[in-house]
Design a protein around this ligand. Structure first.
Ligand code: M6R
Length: 602
C-alpha cells in the first residue's frame, strides 16, 4: 500500500516523478505528492494534495529541479487530506513512506514534537525522528532513527543541507532501484521505472542507499558496503500500458490464454511437470504428510482449488488458511507440513508473517508468486513464479488463473512422485491442462454474450451465486470480483447449503448466478436451480455445453473439458460478468473505492 518514487540525475525530476506515480497509483489513490530540491532556494519544495495524481499535476507545475521524491497514498494513520498527504517535511528532512510505524505515538511524545507536526501521520513523526538524529552524517541519522521504529517501512529521504542526493531504507516494504546515463531511480515497484533500464535490483532490507546521479552506494547498518543482486525484467515494458483497452482489467482478462500457456508450457518436459527450472526441491513433495496453503483474497481462492485438486488426485490432506487468521488459530504446522503461500504481489503482509511463522515451526515452504524478488519470494525456501507479467488492475484476474495453473502442475508433480497417478495418468492430466488456454480463448471470443447477460445485473443490489464441488470455490472468486469492482453485494453458496437459511433471502427478481460444470453433480445442481427459480429468482447460468438443458434460459455455454479442468474457463467468464457490470455502471474498474493493489498493513 502506497507507492514511492525517487529520481536524481540530469533531467527535470517532476515529469519523471509524476509519470512514475501514475504507474504506481494502483498501490493507493487517496492522495499524491512530490518534493524536489530547488537549488536557488536551497531546500526541498513540496507539492501535495488529496485526490489522484492528475490532481497533483496542476498543483506542482512550478516545482523545478533535478532531484526529487514522490508518493501516492492509501490512508492508514490520519484521514484523507492535503496535510496527511506525503511528502512530509520536518526541519532539514523530507520523507515519503510506505508502511506502518506502530510506535509512532511513543516516539512523538519522546521527541516532544506534538505541537510542531502538521499532520496526523506516523510518517511525519518518522521525519521528525530522522531530523532529530541528524548531526551531520545522513546515513548514520537514518540508521539511528529506524532502529527506534517498530513496524514496516520503505523510506525515501532528502535533506535540505545535502543537495541532489536521496537516501532510501526499508524493512519489508519494497524498494527497487536502477540507473541509466540520465540518472538513478528508485520505486516501490519495477513497473514505475522498468522503462529506464531493464536490469534492476531490490534494495536489501536493513541497508541504507545513498543515491546520486552517478549511482548507488549501499551500506549495511554497521557502515559496510554491500553488493546487490541484479535482476532482469522478464516482461516487455512496451506491453505494460493499456494497449488500447479502456481498463487494465479488460486487458489482463484478455491476456489470460497466453500467460496460462506460458506458465504451464515452460514447466513441461517429456509430457511431465518439471520444476527444475524453478530449482524446487523434489524432496518437499516426496516427504510432506500434509499441506497448508496460506493466502489472502483471490490468492486464497486459488488455494481452495489447489486443495480440491491435490486431495482428490493425490489423497494428501490440504488445509487452506486466510493468512490474516493463520497465526492466531494455533495451526498444526511441523516438519511434516509443506506450506504453500500464494501471492500476486509477494508483499501481502499477512501472508509474509504467516510464512515466517510456518518456517519457525519447521515446515518446508514453497511460494507461488508473480513479482520477482518480492518479500514472500525471498523468504520462501522454494518459489514458483507465475508468468503473468505485471497486474495493474486492483481486481486480480490473470494472477489468479496462473496461480491455479501452477496448482495443476503441483498436483501432477505430487501425483507422479508419490505414485498416485502412473506415467500415462500424469501425461493425460497434463494433456487436458494444455487444452485450457484454447477453452479460455473460446470464452473470450464470445464475450459479447456475457456482456448481454450482464445487463440484467446493472440495477441489482444483492446477488447470490450457487454451485457444487469445484464450482463453489470458483463462485467465491466470482463473487469477490463482482463485489470489489461493481459494488453489488454478492454471496457465493455451495448450492446444497442454501436451504439451510439463506434461501429466505430469495424473493421475486433476486438475481442468482448458477455455475454448472461438474457432470457428477448435475442432477443435484439442477434441483437447486429449480428451488431458487420457484421462489422467483432470476437465474443466469454458466453451464458446460454437454449439460445445457432446454429449461435453462439466460445461459452462457462453456466449452467442454474434463470436470477438473472446467474451473479456469468458468472463472474467466465470471470475471467478464463482473467487469461488464462495473464498466457499464461507469465505475473506475481498475481503481475501486477504498482498495489498493498491494496490502502491506495487517
Ligand atoms: O498480492 P496478493 O495476491 O497477496 O493479494 C491478495 C489479495 O489482496 C488480492 O488477491 C485481493 O483479494 C484482490 N483485490 C482481489 O481481486
Amino acid at each position: 500500500m502506497c507507492g514511492i518514487i525517487g529520481y536524481t540525475g540530469y533531467s527535470e525530476a517532476r515529469g519523471i516523478l509524476i509519470k512514475g506515480l501514475k504507474a504506481l497509483e494502483y498501490r493507493g489513490y487517496d492522495s499524491a505528492g512530490i518534493s524536489v530540491y530547488h537549488s536557488d532556494f536551497k531546500e526541498c519544495l513540496v507539492a501535495k494534495c488529496k485526490g489522484r495524481v492528475e490532481d497533483l499535476e496542476g498543483k506542482s507545475a512550478d516545482i523545478k529541479g533535478n532531484t526529487g521524491i514522490g508518493h501516492t497514498r492509501w490512508a492508514t494513520h490520519g484521514g484523507v487530506s492535503d496535510e496527511n498527504s506525503h511528502p512530509h517535511k520536518f526541519g532539514n528532512v523530507t520523507v515519503v513512506h510506505n508502511g506502518i510505524i506502530e510506535n509512532y505515538e511513543t516516539i512523538k511524545n519522546t521527541l516532544n514534537v506534538g505541537d510542531k507536526l502538521k499532520s496526523q501521520t506516523d510518517s511525519e513523526v518518522a521525519a521528525a525522528l530522522i531530523d532529530r538524529c541528524f548531526t551531520g552524517d545522513p546515513q548514520q541519522a537514518i540508521v539511528d532513527a529506524v532502529k527506534k521504529l517498530e513496524g514496516t517501512y520503505a523510506f525515501a529521504v532528502m535533506f535540505d543541507s545535502i543537495p541532489n542526493t536521496i537516501y532510501a531504507v526499508r524493512n519489508v516494504s519494497p524498494i527497487v532501484c536502477c540507473k541509466n546515463d540520465d540518472g538513478a531511480y528508485i520505486a516501490s515497484e519495477i513497473v514505475a521505472i522498468g522503462g529506464y533500464r531493464e536490469s534492476y535490483f531490490v534494495l536489501p532490507e536493513f541497508s541504507v542507499a545513498k543515491i546520486t546521479k552517478d549511482g548507488f552506494e549501499i551500506k549495511d547498518f554497521s557502515g559496510n558496503e554491500i553488493e546487490v543482486e541484479m535482476l532482469k525484467l522478464d516482461w516487455d515494458i512496451k506491453n505494460s500500458g493499456k494497449c488500447g483497452y479502456p481498463f487494465y482489467m479488460e486487458k489482463e482478462i484478455m491476456e489470460q490464454p497466453d500467460v496460462i500457456e506460458k506458465t504451464v508450457n515452460m514447466r513441461i518436459k517429456d509430457g511431465l511437470p518439471d520444476f527444475s527450472g524453478d530449482k524446487v526441491d523434489n524432496g518437499i513433495f516426496e516427504k510432506c504428510k500434509n499441506i497448508s496453503v496460506i493466502a489472502c483474497g483471490t490468492a486464497m481462492h486459488a488455494g481452495l482449488i489447489g486443495k480440491q485438486l491435490i486431495e482428490s488426485t493425490c489423497a494428501i490432506p490440504v488445509s487452506v488458511y486466510m493468512a490474516s487468521e493463520f497465526i492466531y488459530g494455533n495451526p498444526i504446522i511441523n516438519d511434516d507440513t509443506l506450506v504453500i503461500c500464494v501471492s500476486q504481489s509477494g508483499e501481502t503482509i499477512d501472508t509474509l508473517e504467516a510464512l515466517k511463522y510456518a518456517k519457525s515451526k519447521g515446515a518446508d515452504t514453497l511460494s507461488i508468486v508473480n513479482v520477482r524478488g518480492s518479500s514472500i519470494a525471498r523468504e520462501s525456501d522454494n518459489v514458483i513464479y507465475t508468468d503473468a507479467g505485471p497486474e495493474i488492475a486492483v481486481a486480480s484476474t490473470k494472477a489468479y488463473t496462473t496461480q491455479v495453473a501452477v496448482f495443476y502442475l503441483i498436483t501432477a508433480r505430487l501425483a507422479y512422485l508419490r505414485g498416485s497417478l502412473n506415467y500415462e495418468g500424469v501425461t493425460r492430466f497434463i494433456d487436458e491442462l494444455k487444452k485450457v488456454p484454447d477453452a479460455v480463448r473460446n470464452v473470450l471470443d464470445r464475450r459479447k454474450e456475457i456482456h448481454l447477460l450482464s445487463k440484467s445485473m446493472l440495477t441489482a443490489e444483492h446477488t447470490f451465486m450457487i454451485g457444487r464441488g469445484m464450482d463453489y470455490p470458483a463462485l467465491l472468486e466470482a463473487s469477490l470480483k463482482l463485489k470489489e469492482i461493481s459494488y453489488v453485494h454478492s454471496e457465493a453458496f455451495a448450492s446444497g447449503e442454501l436451504k439451510h437459511g439463506t434461501i429466505a433471502l430469495i424473493t421475486g427478481g433476486t438475481p442468482v448466478v448458477a455455475l454448472m460444470t461438474q457432470q457428477y453433480l448435475v442432477s443435484k445442481q439442477m434441483s437447486n436451480i429449480r428451488e431458487v427459480q420457484s421462489r422467483g429468482a432470476e437465474v443466469i447460468t454458466f453451464v458446460r455445453s454437454s449439460l445445457k438443458a432446454d429449461e435453462l434460459e439466460n445461459c452462457f455455454v462453456l466449452p467442454e473439458l474434463e470436470d477438473d479442468f472446467m474451473l479456469i474457463p468458468s472463472v474467466v467468464a465470471l470475471q467478464l460478468l463482473a467487469y461488464y457490470v462495473s464498466s457499464d455502471k461507469g465505475l473506475d474498474v481498475d481503481k475501486p473505492r477504498n482498495l489498493a493493489k498491494v496490502v502491506t498493513v495487517e
